[in-house]
Design a protein around this ligand. Structure first.
Ligand code: NAP
Length: 324
């Protein structure tokens, strides 16, 4: 556990002097912004992710704003999550807020996917929130209070083309979080299902691209960067924290996500057909089998189109601000 004490928590011997919030997947992108928002609202925030160096960088960046502790944790591993929750409850005090943001994204045509990619998506974005919430819940239930937030996606309400493992996991996360919110009714503990559409987090740099990786990057990265299609991630983080702290059952974060949910509710079959047509406009699988999946940064270095780089500019700037 790496801790950056400020004047306030240097005085406390064991427990934090502020309510404790744990953000899983907070070293960069949306999770980093959610952590920052919680620090600004007076929480002692535990910033957790797998890469310890990235966690340390995020903690160093937040330390001057308030109380922050860094932890490495893999949400796919329930023992790891259990140890983290035990350590935090023991050393810092009761976890009042838990937000699971951790996510990965793989963009590829269905023909290029391998089963392992579904496993990885399910372990991270379906099992991750389950591991986290079910571990912290007995503590919160005993105290009769607590706030749990799960970042899902519009991809958990409408299955978009070329994001099949992602949508599979996010549909599961929506089912879990929404059902949990209902199951917790009247207990004093709340669960909030967070449903963002595209946000300019800069996350396209860590997304994985399969099939024709350069072509996949060339549609995904601009979509995750363009105004109107994507929204400002700082504002999204503020709305997420508002909703979680207020104990709202669900928050939908972008106008396009809101529209997508309504259209699918009214015409599910037509929505699937439209997604099918949209998918046909996206790149097909490469002619030779066995193309490697690559991370966004690597795919980007192979893109020669200036138009793609220009359209991704806002997303690239967000990536630099948000530790991507
Ligand atoms: N960006 C968007 O437009 C968008 C839209 C809708 C929904 N979302 C959702 O919002 C969340 C954040 O997206 P983002 O764009 O900010 O992604 P990002 O920049 O790639 O950040 C992902 C964060 O999750 C952590 N993480 C990944 N796997 C983990 C694991 N197994 N255990 C613990 N931490 C893990 C990463 O750190 P390590 O890799 O070091 O673990 C990192 O801190 C995701 O759940 C995503 O699906 C994003």
């Amino acid at each position: 556990m790496t801790e950056q004490p400020n004047d306030t928590d240097a005085q406390s011997s064991t427990h934090a002097s502020r309510p404790v919030a744990v953000v899983l997947g907070a070293s960069r992108g949306l999770g980093f912004l959610v952590a920052r928002e919680l620090v600004d609202r007076g929480h002692h925030v535990v910033v957790a992710a797998r890469d310890g160096m990235e966690v340390d960088e995020a903690v160093a960046d937040l330390a001057h704003r308030g109380e922050v502790t860094g932890e490495t944790c893999d949400v796919r591993d329930r023992h790891d999550v259990g140890e983290l929750v035990g350590r935090v409850e023991h050393t810092l005090g009761p976890i009042e807020v838990l937000v699971t943001v951790a996510g990965i994204i793989q963009a590829a045509p269905a023909e290029s996917l391998v089963l392992h990619e579904f496993e990885d998506a399910m372990d991270t974005m379906a099992w991750g929130p389950i591991n986290a919430a079910m571990t912290v819940l007995p503590h919160m239930r005993r105290r009769g209070r607590g706030r749990i937030g799960t970042v899902t996606s519009i991809g958990g309400m409408v299955s978009p083309p070329h994001l099949l493992p992602y949508a599979t996991a996010k549909f599961a996360a929506v089912g879990f979080s929404d059902g949990l919110a209902a199951a917790l009714s009247g207990t004093g503990v709340t669960a909030t299902t967070i449903v963002p559409g595209l946000m300019r987090t800069g996350g396209h740099e860590h997304a994985r691209f399969g099939g024709d990786a350069v072509a996949e990057y060339s549609w995904f990265a601009p979509a995750a960067s363009l105004p109107l299609v994507s929204v400002d991630a700082d504002r999204a983080a503020r709305r997420i924290v508002d909703a979680v702290l207020a104990g709202r059952p669900m928050v939908v974060l972008t106008p396009l996500a809101w529209l997508g949910i309504r259209v699918r509710g009214l015409a599910p079959g037509t929505t699937t057909r439209v997604m099918g047509l949209a998918g046909r406009l996206l790149p097909g699988p490469p002619p030779r089998a066995g193309a490697r999946t690559v991370e966004g940064e690597q795919a980007r270095s192979r893109v020669t189109s200036r138009v793609v780089h220009a359209l991704t500019r806002l997303g690239d700037e967000a990536a630099r601000r948000n530790h991507e």
